[in-house]
Design a protein around this ligand. Structure first.
Ligand code: ATP
Ligand code: MN
Length: 483
């Protein structure tokens, strides 16, 4: 019989009916006549308690067999149990299961089990990432990831957006988004051999790149893992009106920070006929929708994060859902930051990139709420962003939140062919890979806008987890690609 998930058992009527439970043992308490087993199956935070009363076993209990199986149980062992669902006399749980049948499916030797230690550090658990989902913390994180992914689809589907998939391998670079991972079937050893041979023939260092012939590579040209699906999303938005991607993106950023991964998931909506203001409106609505989803549908896990990971988390999320985000132009934001110049390692000035310390100061110290900074100097933003009438700033927006810094980057796109081409030329871009992108401005161009939300930054935000490496099952970062 397929077992009933513990999350469903816990809200069932304790009417003495027969029930099958499967899961992993959290604790066994064996005191003379009474045995209590706490079992978790990851379907929810709470455990179900199985009880065995030696003085008063259930009529159908196979007591000899239960005693034999009990001897095999330790923390981490997997079991299948059958019994009767009854009201629990213990506080903190409405129901429990009176054991009738117990099978240890897999033993778990305590002296070898990595999760035995009482206080395990996040670093230790990262090294044991294949088992960490069995802890309270990571079970809750992964359930929250699942719920947030569902919420993302729900938000967009309710609003007429269509889910699309951008390619993971691409020959175009969503300019400036980050360093790229090259995708090739050329053998590095072969190329090195050729170099050594050519070197013997008196080849100069500056000519070394000629040894690599990309026409012989798998795609016939240099290819990379995508850093963003935006450019391709634009091609579909200018046909389907409102679209969104939700998939992995890759950045070979050599940044060992608690907010950067080399492989992360990004949600990139793209909307035809939206201005920057429309874009900001839907960003604010989106974040509030996600936080509200966490508050209403992930309550049990959230209470754990609130208690153990980030005290005050629930209150903070409730506050954000009910407050209006602060919108401020880049120029005004810099003026604010300049008033507090003594607080920063990097002194802010008009034209500088807003660093993490500035982002956090704006959102945590000055405004104490999410902040949307818009209209950035064109020099520090990407080629595709729409130029303002001042000729100096572009219609870009970053959403900054307390504790995280940037969570969203978005913009209205340049829909004017001549202006877009001029922006590409200013940046000396090789246009051969972007003709298709320019076509969108040649044929039926429309105003449009979009943004990118980093999924793991969202998960950090709603769980209070400190390190981005602890909100994805298997983090990829510099020198880290285990499992
Ligand atoms: P940052 O300045 O924080 O590195 P960015 O300006 O490079 O971010 P964008 O290119 O605008 O970010 O990407 C859109 C969103 O993707 C960001 O707002 C962020 O939420 C997320 N993001 C970007 N880089 C990473 C990364 N390396 N790991 C995880 N999330 C990321
Ligand atoms: Mn970055």
């Amino acid at each position: 019989m397929v077992p009933t998930l513990i999350k469903d058992i816990l809200v069932s009527e304790p009417d003495g009916k027969n029930i099958t439970v499967c899961g992993w043992v959290r604790t066994v308490r064996d005191s003379k006549n009474l045995v209590f087993i706490q079992v978790n199956d990851g379907s929810c935070f709470a455990n179900i308690q199985l009880t065995f009363d030696r003085n008063n076993p259930s009529d159908n209990a196979n007591t000899d067999s239960i005693e034999a199986e009990l001897k095999k149980l330790n923390t981490g062992a997997s079991i299948r149990a059958e019994g009767l669902l009854v009201p629990s006399p213990a506080s903190g749980q409405a129901v429990e299961v009176t054991l009738e049948k117990l099978t240890c499916l897999g033993v778990c030797p305590p002296e070898e089990y990595p999760l035995q230690k009482n206080k395990m550090s996040m670093e230790y658990l990262r090294e044991n990432a294949h088992l960490r989902a069995r802890t309270n913390t990571f079970g809750a994180v992964y359930r929250m990831r699942n719920q947030m992914a569902f919420a993302v689809h729900s938000f967009f589907q309710e609003r007429g957006f269509q889910y699309i998939n951008a390619p993971e391998i691409t020959c175009s670079d969503c300019e400036g988004a980050g360093e790229m991972f090259q995708v090739t079937t050329l053998s590095m050893e072969k190329i090195a051999e050729m170099g050594v041979k050519a070197g013997l023939g008196g080849m100069k260092i500056k000519d070394a790149h000629k040894i690599v012939d990309y026409s012989k590579d798998f795609f016939g040209k240099k290819a990379n893992l995508t850093v963003s699906g935006q450019l391709e999303a634009e091609t579909l938005a200018t046909a389907l009106s409102r679209v969104y991607t939700f998939g992995p993106t890759f950045r070979a950023e050599n940044s060992n920070t608690p907010r950067h991964l080399a492989e992360f998931w990004m949600i990139e909506p793209e909307m035809a006929f939206f201005t920057l203001e429309d874009d900001m409106d839907i960003q604010e609505e989106f974040i509030k929708y996600l936080l509200n989803w966490a508050l209403t549908k992930c309550r049990e896990d959230l209470e754990f994060f609130n208690k153990r990971i980030q005290p005050g988390l629930i209150e903070m999320l409730e506050h954000v859902v009910n407050s209006k985000f602060k919108r401020i132009s880049y120029t005004d934001a810099i003026a604010e930051l300049e008033k507090h110049a003594d607080k920063f390692e990097f002194k802010p000035y008009w034209g500088c990139d807003i660093a993490t310390e500035h982002e956090r100061y704006l959102t945590e110290q000055i405004f104490k709420c999410p902040v949307m900074v818009y209209n950035y100097p064109k020099e520090i933003k990407s080629f595709y962003m729409k130029l303002n009438e001042d000729g100096k700033t572009v219609r870009a927006v970053d959403v900054l939140v307390p504790g995280i810094g940037e969570i969203i980057g978005g913009s209205e796109r340049e829909e004017n062919y001549d202006k877009l081409l001029a922006a590409c030329k200013e940046r000396n871009m090789d246009m051969s890979n972007y003709e298709w992108y320019l076509d969108l401005r040649r044929f039926g161009t429309v105003p449009h806008a979009g943004f990118g939300l980093g999924f793991e930054r969202l998960i950090r935000y709603v769980t209070g987890m400190e390190n981005i490496r602890d909100v994805i099952p298997y983090p990829r970062a510099p020198k880290l690609a285990d499992f």
